[in-house]
Ligand binder design. Sequence first.
Ligand code: CP
Length: 355
Amino acid sequence: MSVRNLIDLNQLTLEELDDIVDMACRISRHPSHYSSACRDKLMATLFYEPSTRTQMSFQSAMLRLGGKIIGFDNPGATSVAKGESLKDTVTVLSGYTDILTIRHPVEGAAMAASLYSSVPVVNAGDGGHLHPTQTLTDVVTLRNVAHRTDNLVIGMCGDLANGRTVHSLCKCMARYGGNSFVFISTQALAMPDYIKDYVTACGCRYSEVRTIEEAIPYLDVLYMTRIQRERFANEEEYEAQKGVYVLDGKKMSLGKPDLCVLHPLPRVDEISYEVDDDPRAYYFKQTLYGMYGRMALIIRLISEHESRQPDKPQVDSGFVCRNPKCITQIETYLPPMSNDTPKGKVCAYCEHHSH
Ligand code: CP
């Protein structure tokens, strides 16, 4: 692979991504063949934010590969509670281990961590920004249940403003030929412009609608998401958005016979329990594909990282990120970095425009 860390799935070429997906499919068929692939290797899971699937699928993936794990999921019980910086925690833990996975509530935290790690860093979710291994999960699932990753009409429903899973998935699926998107959300929770611009730049079409009913008859994939309570400024704003979208049996009856319903989980109330028994509901199978995807990713990153140079930060000393949710606002020692886009400079950590 051309990368040492996995911060954004789009760091990989499609060929590299498909190689990992192929490997995940092979592992799912013969997991015992890989039971010592990471013997004597140690993974640290740094979870600054709650998680069930991502944390435990990474842990079970490493254990099933014959490796070992350390880590935390309660930063309050670590020296973070005494004020230790992200830089110092990562510098120390990367000295103990062979790979780090990090989930953090602040956008750009995984990229920041990668600057100070001597071993590969995997972004397990950074605030409302990206969740690349969820997207890997989704792609492995689509390969297995839809039998293709191109020429799909993909509906995304719910909190498209704050949902890092849909941001990552959109950026990834826009690279496969012939995909188009239907964004189903309220105006307040619409897909951010930078994702829509990316989709357009890839030559894909998208539309925005307000109801599941008007979109579902045309969809090959319906990707449901929960309203991200923890990302709202206050409870009133959350209350105004919660419960707007609920996928139930009646709405499912409008969908194609081969519709794939996915959800990154956890679910709150956006999919009725009656839908679980519909053969088109794949969200629990999706969680298993996630473990195989992460097994493949761990093998590739650990086996290849010796041959990769650490990423060199492209410091842009004049750049100031104005996103209040960016890691540069909290870990103020971080070097300012930017990337050029057709619409101007964006912060290299969180992808927000400078204006
Ligand atoms: N899909 C997902 O990220 O779930 P967790 O928050 O439980 O890890």
